[in-house]
Design a protein around this ligand. Structure first.
Ligand SMILES: [Zn+2]
Length: 216
């Protein structure tokens, strides 16, 4: 068992909980040790601020081989995401409010008013509903995560992947911040979108921007 990975999970779970992006009953994060084939994941139903190393669940395939608390049933989400992305090792499943509001409406996010959104996301697709606690929770994730680091799960929350936990959490925080501002902007006045030409040029002029943040 890797103490550093457990420490890293606890550190980032606390960061996410302090920001209200996960809570004691919603959200979980994991890191895959690809050499050992072991997935380290937060246990279900636990306040993240109170997590200790011995509580972190360690999974080898379907089996829990470590941790005093039961792994979240949502580990299937994490496994599907990690299968889709051999370049990534960390997964955040969060219930970030501004992003999850779209999931509750079964809406993908395709805004064109934010350069941050253009550089890092382009779009955030919403997958069809899959019942939590069943295998259907992971339906469609593998396919969607091949093209996207952040996706929405209808009527549920969001999933984000990165090479490291810092990458995955940064991406999630940036997306949540953008969507929060987007809601505020709508109350300020009329949203001003970039033109299709400006949008395309933004992507063309910064081709490596996304991957440097994701993989640094
Ligand atoms: Zn969830």
């Amino acid at each position: 068992m890797d103490h550093n990975l457990k420490k890293e999970i606890i550190q980032y779970a606390k960061i996410l909980e302090a920001q209200g992006l996960v809570n004691p009953l919603e959200g979980n994060i994991s890191i895959l040790d690809r050499t050992a084939g072991e997935l380290y994941i937060t246990p279900s139903g636990t306040r993240k601020t109170l997590l200790t190393e011995d509580m972190i669940a360690v999974m080898k395939g379907e089996q829990q081989i470590g941790g005093t608390r039961k792994r979240s049933s949502e580990y299937l989400l994490h496994e599907a995401a990690l299968r889709a992305r051999p370049d990534c090792n960390a997964v955040v499943h969060a219930h970030a409010p501004y992003l999850t509001a779209y999931a509750y409406c079964n809406k993908s996010i395709n805004i064109r008013c934010s350069t941050t959104f253009g550089l890092f996301f382009g779009d955030i697709p919403c997958l069809p509903y899959g019942e939590p606690g069943t295998v259907h929770i992971a339906d469609g994730i593998e396919e969607a995560m091949k093209e996207h680091e952040l996706i929405l799960l209808a009527n549920h929350g969001c999933v984000c992947i990165g090479k490291t936990m810092e990458n995955a959490v940064s991406i999630l925080e940036a997306a949540e911040a953008v969507m929060k501002i987007y809601q505020m902007a709508k109350t300020v006045g009329e949203i001003s979108d970039l033109s299709p030409e400006q949008w395309e040029q933004l992507g063309n002029n910064h081709p490596g921007r996304k991957s440097t943040v994701l993989h640094r």
